[in-house]
Design a protein around this ligand. Structure first.
Ligand code: F6P
Length: 322
């Protein structure tokens, strides 16, 4: 039997831990006797044949590095039926038997299309947003939250020194998980997420006034990117309460930096699992983390799943942030 050839790429927004996942895919693949190709700049690299054979040392000294050493991209050309066919033809021409795609929902749609075009693909969830319904965890989430927490701790120093209110936007696209977890971790007075509609007077102003009566003089309000409008919120808070308010958007700083232990280990486990599936000749699956186990789902079923926001945790956060 000829040697199995697999390729690996990172697609969409980079996330800390992607390098650890790449390392796992390369090392597990070689352990199974496969040839592993690294594809540069996501699906664009497949379209252009921009890939190279990797060896064990190709992924040395990257487990602790943020970003993705294969680079990443969002590829409009690949998002067309012609683009998918071109990429599949390129894979066939290069003898690629399967592809591991590390990215988010959008990248998995591409992996499903490429599988349907004859190239079995496995998705590994890599995004800071934790917004993929089939999995309780996505690689990069822990690092991004810890970075956000550290930044907000710094903000607190200056917010407290001036008796001010800081309104802070954290990333997450349409998902409020980063906001919820960091909001709890920094002791925010209010946490606004897209999953829970809010009333400005009741959920921000009254909460601030209530804590003010019991002696609180500075405030942190965490706002998920999916809610947005932090400048406006800060202005309105100042107008209604008289408390000097400032808006801060943490932005892409949350996507960088050395991955935490949790991200390195999760990335390693998920990358290895993806290769095990390809080794068995299985494609069209997304690797997921559920109930402390690494499992996998059919990509189409995974994409149809609805995300469930942890409302109990949100209510808990409200109970203790008074
Ligand atoms: O998906 C990761 C993420 O950082 C989101 O939180 C954010 O909405 C988006 O990517 C930003 O995308 P870009 O890097 O293209 O500005």
């Amino acid at each position: 039997m000829s040697t199995k050839k697999i390729a690996v790429l990172t697609s969409g927004g980079d996330a800390p831990g992607m390098n650890a996942a790449l390392r796992a895919v390369v090392r597990a693949g070689i352990s199974y006797g496969m040839e592993v190709y690294g594809v540069r700049r996501g699906y664009n690299g497949l379209l252009n044949g921009d890939m190279f054979l990797m060896n064990l040392r190709s992924v040395s000294d990257i487990i602790h590095r943020g970003g993705t050493f294969l680079y990443t991209a969002r590829s409009p050309e690949f998002n067309t039926p012609e683009g998918v066919k071109k990429a599949a033809d390129k894979c066939r021409a290069m003898g690629i038997d399967g592809v591991v795609v590390i990215g988010g929902d959008g990248s998995f749609r591409g992996a499903r299309d490429l599988t349907n075009a004859g190239i079995p693909c496995i998705g590994v969830p890599g995004t800071i947003d934790n917004d993929i319904a089939c999995t309780e965890y996505t690689v990069g989430f822990d690092t991004a939250m810890n970075t956000a927490m550290e930044m907000i701790d710094r903000l607190r120093d200056t917010t407290e020194s001036h008796d001010r209110c800081s309104v802070v936007e954290v990333m997450g696209r349409r998902c409020g998980d980063i906001a919820l977890q960091t909001g709890i971790a920094v002791g925010a007075t209010a946490i606004l997420v897209p999953e829970v509609p809010y009333d400005f007077e009741r959920d921000v102003i009254q909460r601030m006034k209530f804590t003010q009566v019991t002696g609180k003089k500075h405030f942190i309000i965490i706002v998920a990117e999916g809610v947005g409008g932090v400048d406006e919120l800060a202005k309105n808070i100042q107008a209604q309460t008289g408390i000097e308010s400032r808006a801060t958007v943490l932005g892409h700083v949350q996507r960088g930096g050395s991955p935490t232990l949790r991200d390195r280990v999760m990335a390693s486990r998920m990358g290895d699992h993806a290769v095990q599936l390809l080794e068995k000749g299985i494609g069209n699956r997304v690797v997921a983390f559920r109930e402390s186990k690494v499992v996998d789902f059919d990509i189409t079923e995974a994409l149809d799943m609805k995300r469930v926001f942890d409302k109990e945790l949100y209510d808990m956060a409200l109970r203790i942030s008074i």
